[in-house]
Design a protein. Sequence first.
Lengths: 93, 93
Amino acid sequence: MSTSRFAVNVLPKDGILDPQGRAVERSLSHLGIEGVADVRVGRRVELTVEAADEVAARVVVERLAAELLSNPLIERFAVEALAGASSLTGAAR
Amino acid sequence: MSTSRFAVNVLPKDGILDPQGRAVERSLSHLGIEGVADVRVGRRVELTVEAADEVAARVVVERLAAELLSNPLIERFAVEALAGASSLTGAAR
């Protein structure tokens, strides 16, 4: 058995309205931040999968991403294999 | 001037309750998916920054992540430089 940690990144498809992204853009001037554009806000889900091997684990993650974590009509996703327990471990703050 | 695309990944800190992660875990058996554990649900924000150089751009992103995109009491973030327009471009579906 292989145990692997994955991340699923879900973002609104190009051309789909992103109200959260617009809200972030509108807040930038209040913070005095300039030069930021094209903000897209989505989800990131990290999970551990135990399966026969790495290939079988990725099949599980792809299915989960397509059926539960994203709405295929308006969102697209990408699966990312993580080296450690979490992608943020090294940059914890 | 340099124009770069970044992603900010925001996740609940270890030990912080993650109701969305629990909800995903509870849904797995309905989908007939086994072997998935430790689900953490967070946000992913992608943005374009125009700044004097790559270092200055990253400073802007770090400030945005700390002051607007995350709640430092309960969340941690990591900044990721993206090669193209979006990390999901290559895996669009």
